[in-house]
Design a protein around this ligand. Structure first.
Ligand code: M6R
Length: 365
């Protein structure tokens, strides 16, 4: 049942190219149009959306954070993202023209369901992005966009996260197509980029020796940091959670520019810092943050787009990911970091698929 892999998590990491393809299938045509026929949002309704609230937990929350950036960029609709367990209690301003997007792999997360119910009670339309057909989230939502990642067994979510990203890109494209907020050329560029992702992930999965070597080194440390700017920060949060869940190593993720406002005090000789640097329009600033870390003795492992020379001269190690559209980098940069979490946990002899204290789907608030 593990298809020859030692763990479900590794199998699911390797299933990502297929999951990307399935999530895109029949939703992207030959040209640059997207068709999301299963969601019943009429053009009139889309044009009337005043704001979007995204609610989710854990990894799905991290996908929603990427979603905010992408949806705002393409549609200019303001997007707020809430951890689902907090949403109800802050008395959010929900109006009839608010679209609430719930993101959940299992579709059974109690916190997410409670947030959805709050939204409906206040007259908002709810759109669910979920992986499980027939799940509570799918049944209760007004519109459902399935992620088609296939069953995810490992507690640590991998292919569900990346297929949520794909679904979110498609949704953002779909909304912007109707709203005419992004020109056809820009949309076509994104779609070309999306179509290339499966092959690019395949190429990253071919040889994982460098990641395995770094994982060996990390398996002996007790604390580490992830930093990044823009979308890299969202991926840093996800990579940090992944590592914590299964390797039990303490880690924190920061906006790279925020480190110097306090946490830099924790960097000592040899402290590992994983610096995501795929957002090349922010590269100069990220590099100066990396230098701040290096000056305190930190050991920097960068994640950068292939051919990024400036980072090679600054970091101790670089994990390269294939070049893609700046908005799509999370769908690639997370992959080596999923593998890093996996191999680090493996090196520590942990139960990778069933980490301590955690359940696959959390059905209590
Ligand atoms: O099924 P859901 O997507 O609603 O689950 C949300 C979180 O419980 C889940 O993503 C959790 O954080 C994972 N264990 C992360 O790997």
């Amino acid at each position: 049942e593990k298809g020859g892999y030692e763990h479900f998590m590794l199998k699911e990491i390797h299933e990502q190219p297929r999951a990307y393809r399935d999530t895109m299938l029949s939703r992207i045509g030959e040209g640059s149009e997207t068709t999301l026929s299963e969601i019943q949002l009429t053009p009139e309704r889309i044009k009337s959306i005043g704001s979007i609230h995204m609610v989710a937990c854990g990894t799905a929350y991290h996908a929603a954070l990427v979603g905010k950036a992408v949806i705002e960029r393409l549609t200019r609709i303001p997007v707020e993202v809430d951890v689902a367990s907090e949403y109800r209690y802050r008395q959010p301003v929900i109006k009839e023209n608010t679209l609430v997007i719930a993101v959940s792999q299992s579709g059974e997360t109690a916190d997410t369901l409670a947030a959805m119910r709050e939204a409906k009670l206040n007259g908002a339309q709810v759109l669910a992005i979920t992986n499980v057909v027939g799940s509570s989230v799918a049944r209760e939502a007004d519109h459902v966009l399935f992620t088609w990642a296939g069953p995810e067994i490992a507690v640590a979510s991998t292919k569900a996260y990346t297929s949520q990203l794909i679904a979110i890109y498609l949704l953002a494209l779909h909304l912007s197509q109707t709203l005419n907020t992004t020109d056809a050329l820009a949309r076509a560029e994104l779609i070309q980029g999306l179509k290339k992702l499966p092959e690019q992930v395949e190429s990253m999965l071919e040889d994982t020796r460098q990641v395995q070597r770094i994982a060996q080194e990390l398996s002996g440390v007790s604390d580490l940091f992830f930093i990044g700017r823009g979308l890299d920060q969202m991926v840093a949060l996800e990579a940090s959670l992944k590592l914590k869940e299964i390797s039990y190593i303490h880690s924190e993720a920061y906006a790279a520019g925020e480190l110097k406002h306090g946490s830099l005090a924790l960097i000592e000789d040899g402290t590992p810092v994983i610096a995501l640097a795929t957002q090349e329009h922010l590269l100069e600033k990220t590099i100066s943050n990396v230098k701040e870390v290096k000056a305190r003795g930190g050991h920097v492992i960068a994640v950068a787009l292939s051919g990024n020379m400036p980072i090679a001269g600054t970091a101790d190690d670089v994990l390269y990911v294939p070049r893609t559209h700046a908005l799509l980098t999370p769908a690639l940069s997370v992959v080596p970091l999923q593998l890093l979490a996996y191999y680090t946990a493996l090196a520590k002899g942990n139960d990778v698929d069933k980490p301590r204290n955690l359940a696959k789907s959390v059905t209590v608030e």
